[in-house]
Design a protein around this ligand. Structure first.
Ligand SMILES: [Zn+2]
Length: 450
């Protein structure tokens, strides 16, 4: 009887105890879901800004870049946010949000909202104790290192956060710093994407350092990449040029980086794999060493007064060299120094050769010509340049600008010029981020050479 009574007494106690234990083990109820962060700039359309191009009439106007079909779309930014509630005290319940998407590289993301918000660190998923969390947009900003209220007069140890912190993300740093890191082209079919001074190259191919009628110069720069049509053009043109000039072949300067994009120095264009600089120096009849290719100075064709070609270096073969390039149907434009253009006009005389329309005077270009190809048929997201005017522009009036004082002898500006705005990934076609993030394409050639 007593035992039955004892059991009756103990059982509820055990049950109650177990329940309390369960209650203690249970996690706190989840906090109300936070709003997803404001749309990240990853999908931002190409901006309006005009390109700081060195090429004539770059005319970059506002244009929305739909993602091209061949490449996988970037991960959607609308992924629901996983909310982790940290085991925290009753008073403070910061919500810790994980990075919105499993980005391949750790990207530092800060809500682009104007509100002054504390730093958000993108954390690897395994990490347990996040540093600071971004409060939802409606919540008041979390005070970091606030002074205890009872000591208002105490010296401030941590200076107050600035109202606007510099936002550092992959989308806001200069894109040239990202593209120069890609040592190999992306996988995927070859596509020129965007505009010559603002774009990139998917599935780039390498011009071999040596061919029957060419040698690649400045190999240390790793800029002998392009769309396959550029490589095919150079293979054919080098043969035609050798025949037209009597040279053993041509010296090929900068093309594009493996994935195109802005270059850290040297050019505003050369971004989509359709531009190439070809030296006026003939290829020698032997193979140059790596050191010679990286250091050998080019041949200058312009006289010191910059109004004429240099009689010591200019030869009729140079005219044949430029003409042969301009006659190729896939060539869109060729940029040469104005003194060289003037010399070609002089040779043309009263004729009007249509190839002369493509030869455009431009700054520099006194030691190489810059050949630009048309957008290839396989690249729907390559942006065409307006066609050259149907004029050889050989009149004195047309050339006068290039020999004016402000071009030949520009006055130094009294105050230092503002550096041009750097192109960021957010300024480029959305597909260029996909190109940048894509795995490397290993070709037989790259396997041997690199
Ligand atoms: Zn160039």
């Amino acid at each position: 009887m007593f035992r039955r009574f004892a059991i009756l007494l103990i059982v509820p106690l055990v049950v109650a105890g177990g329940f309390m234990l369960d209650k203690l083990m249970m996690p706190e109820p989840p906090v109300a879901p936070a709003k997803p962060p404001a749309a990240a700039p990853a999908q931002a359309p190409e901006p309006v800004a005009t390109a700081p191009s060195q090429e004539p009439k770059p005319v970059v106007t506002a244009r929305t870049e739909p993602a091209p079909p061949p490449v996988a779309a970037a991960p959607a930014e609308q992924t629901p946010i996983h909310i982790v509630t940290a085991p925290l005290t009753q008073e403070r319940k910061p919500v810790v949000t994980e990075p919105p998407a499993p980005a391949p590289k750790p990207v530092v993301t800060i809500p682009p909202a104007p509100a002054p918000k504390p730093v958000v660190a993108a954390l690897p998923p395994q990490e347990q104790k996040p540093v600071v969390s971004a409060p939802p947009a409606s919540a008041p900003a979390t005070v970091v290192a606030a002074l205890p209220p009872e000591q208002p007069a105490a010296p401030i140890i941590n200076p107050p956060l600035p109202l606007k912190r510099p936002v550092i993300t992959e989308m806001t740093i200069p894109a040239k710093a990202l593209f120069v890191r890609a040592k190999l082209p992306s996988v995927g079919p070859s596509r020129a994407i965007g505009y010559y001074p603002r774009g990139c190259l998917q599935g780039g191919v390498e011009l071999p350092p040596d061919g029957p009628h060419w040698e690649v110069m400045r190999p240390a720069r790793n800029r002998n990449w392009g769309h396959p049509e550029l490589v095919t053009f150079l293979e054919r043109f080098s043969r035609l040029a050798a025949k037209a000039t009597g040279w053993p072949g041509i010296l090929v300067g900068d093309m594009a980086q493996p994935r195109g994009g802005p270059l850290p120095y040297g050019h505003a264009s050369h971004q989509v794999g359709l531009d190439v600089d070809i030296w006026y120096s003939p290829m020698p009849d032997h193979r140059l060493t790596e050191k010679q290719r990286n250091e050998m100075p080019p041949l200058f064709l312009v006289a010191p007064d910059r109004k004429h070609v240099n009689a010591k270096t200019w030869t009729p073969a140079d005219a044949a060299f430029i003409r042969t390039a301009a006659e190729q149907p896939e060539v869109e434009r060729i940029f040469v120094n104005a003194a060289i253009k003037k010399q070609l006009c002089h040779l043309e005389g009263k004729h009007h050769y249509t190839w002369m329309d493509k030869v455009r005077p431009w700054y520099g270009h006194d030691d190489h010509m810059h050949v630009r190809l048309k957008c290839p048929a396989d690249s729907p997201h390559c942006r065409h340049q307006p066609p050259v005017p149907a004029s050889d522009d050989c009149s004195e009036k047309a050339l006068a600008y290039w020999f004016s004082d402000r071009v030949l002898h520009p006055k130094p500006s009294p105050k230092p010029a503002k550096p041009p705005k750097q192109i960021t990934l957010a300024d480029m076609p959305a597909a260029c981020k996909t190109v940048l993030d894509a795995p490397a394409k290993h070709t037989d050639l790259t396997a041997i050479e690199r």
